[in-house]
Write a protein that binds this ligand. Structure first.
Ligand SMILES: [Fe+2]
Length: 242
């Protein structure tokens, strides 16, 4: 097994701390839409919004090169979580993007991959992990190409038909997803809250080799530990002993 064989895995890190969700909802409502950021396209801030802002979630930046709208002052627990628990220094955090589910939006079968190479995510809150789902489809080939990873898959010409459901172990879990060899989507079946967060690092804009190595080890060890919840391209068990 190598890193790219891992399509999805929870990460062996502490869950995101509990925060005041009402306060966060109010903050999101007060800052959205961040028009100047939403208008950008093809940037390295994990915008993915070179399409219209019509995803099954809102796109809200807590950080985009710099902290936005006092997020770091209002929610220091989240900043500390990424810096201390993930071990990613503030200056290495390129962007922190919050994706609160649009309650009114049911699933659109929006199969896509995101722009970021490291695929680092966590949930601030994933309330109904039973009927709301994070789902994956593997790409047809396992060729790793250095290209724009943000892709929307409208047909089955590049991805398998078989749908894999991510095993969620905690309402505030950290996790990894593979943007190279998989597409992902969500199934919104309830009006319950789900706020996913993308951690984009300066690995996107430079060769932060040490960070990459550290994250690769974390992802592989986590996938071995959580192999019952993880999704793999191939059989996971040949990863034992690496
Ligand atoms: Fe995504």
């Amino acid at each position: 097994m190598n890193l790219y064989d891992i399509v999805y895995t929870p990460l062996d890190l502490p869950p995101c701390p509990k925060i005041d969700l009402g306060k966060l909802d109010s903050w999101i409502e007060s800052v959205y839409p961040q028009t100047e950021l939403l208008k950008q396209s093809g940037n390295k801030l994990i915008a993915g919004t070179n399409q219209k802002d019509e995803f099954p979630w809102k796109v809200v930046w807590a950080k985009a090169l710099e902290w936005k709208n006092n997020f770091d002052k209002l929610f220091p627990e989240i900043v500390n979580y990424v810096v201390n628990d993930w071990g990613i220094p503030d200056q290495d955090i390129l962007a922190l993007t919050l994706l609160p589910k649009r309650i009114s939006d049911q699933s659109k079968g929006f199969w896509h991959s995101d722009l970021d190479k490291l695929g680092l995510r966590f949930y601030i809150d994933f309330e109904d992990t039973v009927t709301d789902k994070l789902i994956f489809r593997k790409t047809l080939t396992n060729k790793i190409e250095d290209k724009n990873l943000f892709r929307v898959f409208k047909t089955s010409s590049e991805i398998e038909n078989k749908i894999h459901t991510a095993g969620i172990i905690d309402h505030r879990q950290p996790y990894y997803l593979n943007n190279y060899l998989a597409a992902h989507s969500v199934e919104n079946t309830t009006d319950k809250r789900r706020i996913a967060v993308i951690i984009a690092t300066n690995y996107e804009i430079g060769a932060n080799v040490e960070l990459k190595k550290k994250i690769d080890n974390l992802v592989i060890n986590s996938a071995l530990k959580f192999h019952n919840q993880a999704i793999f391209w191939n059989d996971w068990s040949d990863g034992i002993g690496i």
